[in-house]
Design a binder for this molecule. Structure first.
Ligand SMILES: NC(=O)c1ccc[n+]([C@@H]2O[C@H](COP(=O)([O-])OP(=O)(O)OC[C@H]3O[C@@H](n4cnc5c(N)ncnc54)[C@H](OP(=O)(O)O)[C@@H]3O)[C@@H](O)[C@H]2O)c1
Length: 283
């Protein structure tokens, strides 16, 4: 992996050109670095979210002007110093939210909203991997909807997950017993963000018979009952989370910030799979 320079094309109508300030890293970026997707050919670029300042606007790009601070999402190209993004993907960055926080919101926020919308109205939800990027905001959005959350994490992050509003349970041997002790009634639904067999088995044992068991981990599971969920991009959902962070309703944890030049170190950290909140590139 290396940082390469490329020539900027003319800005298409309906697009804004942005000088990036920060960009969150999602596990999919880190997995690209390993060559997992080599069937897609080279070169491959990275990044699906960003914050930054508008430095040019194309024709028919109404509502935004040069100098505006924005954040948004875009497919696999945002880990770059200058990016061209459709205006419809942008929302304004509130002044009291840092570049690093703003640039790491879009991916996980829209994933969390998709999960809760697809699971639908439930009273209780089991989240495997509640301390990660997606987990942290899913816990808080679920609590906002009045859902009781049981969230798993390593011992190190139990207090953090509890602070987000969940009943925190350590994963590992004895997980099912611990969940049942904390929540004796069958749980309405589960979502797996860890992608482990342990999570699948724990969901099968603790979710009620007609309850939804889902995964976002994108891995094959041992049970046909596990439904995959894929993020749906929706600026209204993104705005909802940004508003909540601006108002102080939602906590946003930054695990670590790496300079763009050290992107490979940042991806390696995400690959370890124990991020607390978000890992971010700074430009
Ligand atoms: N389907 C989609 O559209 C979509 C969208 C976004 C993300 N994803 C996928 O969703 C997954 C989570 O993403 P993320 O951004 O939240 O990742 P992340 O920030 O790297 O967090 C991963 C979390 O998993 C926890 N974890 C590790 N091993 C675990 C285990 N054995 N049991 C339970 N939890 C465990 C870690 O907690 P500890 O540190 O406490 O161990 C960590 O907090 C990734 O596979 C990602 O690719 C899918």
């Amino acid at each position: 992996m290396e940082i390469q320079e490329y020539k900027l094309e003319s800005l298409p109508a309906g697009f804004a050109r942005i000088r990036t300030k920060a960009a969150g890293i999602n596990p999919i970026d880190a997995r690209r670095m390993t060559g997992e997707f080599k069937h897609a050919g080279l070169p491959q670029t990275f990044g699906t979210e960003f914050s930054g300042e508008i430095i040019a606007v194309g024709q028919n790009a109404e509502g935004f002007k040069i100098g505006d601070a924005v954040l948004g999402s875009g497919g696999s190209f945002t880990h770059a110093t200058i990016i061209d993004v459709p205006i419809g993907n942008l929302i304004r960055k509130p002044e009291n939210i840092s570049w690093e926080v703003a640039g790491s919101i879009p991916g996980v926020a829209q994933t969390a909203m998709t999960i809760l919308d697809e699971i639908g109205p439930v009273k209780s939800l089991l989240i495997h991997g509640a301390s990660g990027g997606v987990g942290s905001i899913t816990v808080q959005l679920a609590k906002e909807r009045g859902i009781e959350v049981i969230g798993t994490s390593s011992k190190r992050n139990l207090e953090y997950v509890q602070g987000l509003g969940a009943i925190a349970i350590e994963y590992g041997e004895g997980l099912i017993d611990r969940i049942q002790a904390a929540h004796p009634e069958p749980i309405d639904a589960a979502v797996d963000m860890a992608g482990t067999e342990e999570a699948t088995q724990a969901s099968l044992a603790t979710v009620k018979k007609d309850g939804i068991i889902s995964t976002i981990a994108g891995k094959k599971t041992s049970s046909d009952r596990v439904i995959p969920i894929w993020v749906k991009r929706n600026p209204k959902n993104l705005q909802h989370v940004v508003d909540g962070i601006e108002a102080g309703t939602f906590n946003w944890e930054i695990d670590s910030v790496f300079p763009f030049e050290n992107a490979s170190d940042a991806y390696s950290k995400v690959l370890e799979g124990h991020t607390k909140g978000k890992t971010v590139l700074s430009f």
